[in-house]
Write a protein that binds this ligand. Structure first.
Ligand code: UN1
Length: 511
């Protein structure tokens, strides 16, 4: 039987750059991709050198000149077909996500579903890129705004959502009239290769679509990230990753007065109140804290529980944690796959060490070596009882560590909740309307995502996704996030025979 990798053309040494379906023989170093499941080799990619990136950027810039004048609904037709192809390849692509990112099958399939969903969203959007008409202060005048394509968009994605985050960006960028240049994580380039193959199948069906609207450039921050972010030809850089990475990108892009859309770290909290439905809350907490092995930007990292319910929730959580099935993510029943690599394991160990030194009580967190594939970094998810002022609680560690802290009154809970530098996702579990509304109010959660009786992770694509403070302020995916991918033109049209000036200015230059 052909493997998913074979079916999506991942064999031999793969060139690190593609312009539509045309692969470029790149000049960078060779990258052997291994699976976090067991460190077996999955494929070899020849990375880009900076010159390859420049060639890709030029192709995207050229494609832009054509793509921007294609009617938006026609651009939507391209995205519709991409969505159809993704439906056809969902199982295989999901398998590659599991192999390369270590996600359990259900979550890998869910990630491909997010791609399909955003394609559907974007198809509808392609007929709804609305501007306003605005009352002019001058008679015989009309004012309006139009949204025009912006130009090539550089999309830098992380290993933990190796295909969906690209899709949020690409589907919107394409209907908005922008080519996309994708720099995937070096940890998950084969997912990107597979997606590129799928997209080029659609291009074969639609020869009028310029291939340069879908470009891929594989390589590290020096060979690809830096030339891409520094390029004046790329008006928007959309980047997902660490705060450190975001700071660097923001500065490079700001220096050339480009636009950046940043989706950086989260340190997501959930407030568990006296009236919370504990059955719901327990399930939500476990999914958010251990799902994707704690490697989502939206993973739950801080549980802020009312002191009256701490013992009960700890009892429930430690019982469930004790029976979580950890192991090969592609095996039925497994809920926790591996960490992405040894570096992630070391970071987890460090965080647990700091927590212990700060007086935290740690449950779990050990390495798992029995009944798991050899070579992968498997861990027992950890729960740490700790005080909210411990320095480690303010940091995002990309691993399944849940810090548990208590509060007495709701205002304290909100203060604790907001006392971290990141601001992505948040939740309150309560049956009390006042608490729920306060949490969602201007004086409540300071995050980009605030939920009631739902966990912090697993957001739908229909809402704008992103957060505040060190999370970077960007919004991707649904709602009106599309506006970041376009430029707004304000137009004033004079249909009178006079030339009145705004602000009532008289400027008589004679006949
Ligand atoms: C991320 O971790 O970068 O809300 C994205 C969620 C997913 C996306 C997470 N829909 O958990």
């Amino acid at each position: 039987m052909k493997s998913a990798l074979d079916k999506l053309g991942i064999t031999g040494e793969i060139g690190g750059a593609a312009i539509g379906g045309v692969w470029r023989k790149t000049e960078g170093k060779s990258l052997t991709v291994t699976s976090p499941i067991d460190r077996r080799s999955l494929g070899v990619v020849r990375e880009c050198a900076p010159a390859d990136v420049n060639a890709v950027v030029d192709a995207a810039s050229e494609a832009f000149l054509k793509w921007r004048i294609v009617p938006a609904p026609r651009r939507g037709e391209f995205v519709r077909r991409v969505g159809e192809k993704l439906r056809q390849h969902k199982t295989d692509l999901g398998e590659i996500v599991s192999l390369e990112a270590g996600k359990i099958t259900a979550e890998a399939q869910g990630e491909v579903q997010e791609m399909i969903d955003i394609c559907d969203f974007a198809v509808g959007l392609s007929r709804q890129l609305y501007g306003l008409t605005i009352a002019s202060e001058r008679s015989g005048h009309r004012m309006m705004e139009q949204w025009h394509p912006l130009g090539p968009v550089g999309v830098i994605t992380a290993f933990n959502f190796p295909v969906a985050v690209w899709a949020w960006n690409a589907a919107l960028a394409w209907v908005c009239g922008d080519p996309v240049i994708w720099k995937p994580s070096e940890k998950t380039p084969l997912c990107a290769v597979a997606v590129q193959r799928i997209v080029s199948e659609v291009m074969n069906e639609m020869p009028d679509v310029p291939p340069g609207i879908a470009c891929l450039a594989i390589g590290d921050r020096h060979s690809v990230g830096e030339p891409l972010t520094a390029s004046e030809k790329v008006p928007l850089i959309s980047a997902t990753g660490s705060v450190r990475m975001g700071r660097e990108i923001a500065q490079v892009v700001a220096k050339r007065l480009g636009r950046s859309l940043l989706e950086l770290g989260g340190n997501n909290g959930l407030i568990l109140t006296p009236t919370a439905d504990l059955d719901l809350a327990t399930r939500a907490i476990v999914f958010a804290a251990v799902g994707t092995c704690g490697q989502r930007c939206t993973s739950l990292r801080r549980l802020i529980v009312h002191e009256s319910r701490k013992d009960e929730i700890m009892r429930r959580l430690t019982t469930i944690y004790g029976r979580l099935k950890i192991g090969d993510p592609m095996q039925e029943g497994v809920l926790v796959g591996p960490l992405i690599d040894e570096g992630a394991f070391t970071a987890m160990e460090h965080a647990l060490g700091s927590a212990t030194r700060a007086g935290g009580r740690v449950f779990g967190g050990e390495r798992v070596t029995q009944n798991v594939p050899k070579g992968g970094a498997y861990v027992h998810p950890a729960i740490v009882e700790i005080t909210p002022d411990a320095a480690i609680v303010k940091e995002e560690t990309f691993a399944p560590i849940l810090y548990v802290m208590t509060y007495k009154d709701f205002q304290d809970a909100i203060d604790i909740h907001n006392s971290v530098p990141q601001g992505l996702s948040s939740a309150v579990f309560t049956g009390d309307l006042r608490e729920a509304e306060l949490f969602l109010s201007p004086a409540g959660s300071d995050c980009g995502i605030a939920n009631v009786n739902i966990g912090t992770s697993g957001a739908e694509i229909g809402g704008a996704f992103g957060g505040e403070k060190q999370t970077g302020g960007g919004r991707e995916s649904g709602s009106d996030a599309w506006k970041t991918y376009m430029r707004r033109a304000t137009n004033t049209i004079n249909y009178s025979r006079e030339l009145p000036l705004a602000q009532g200015i008289s400027f008589d230059v004679g006949p």
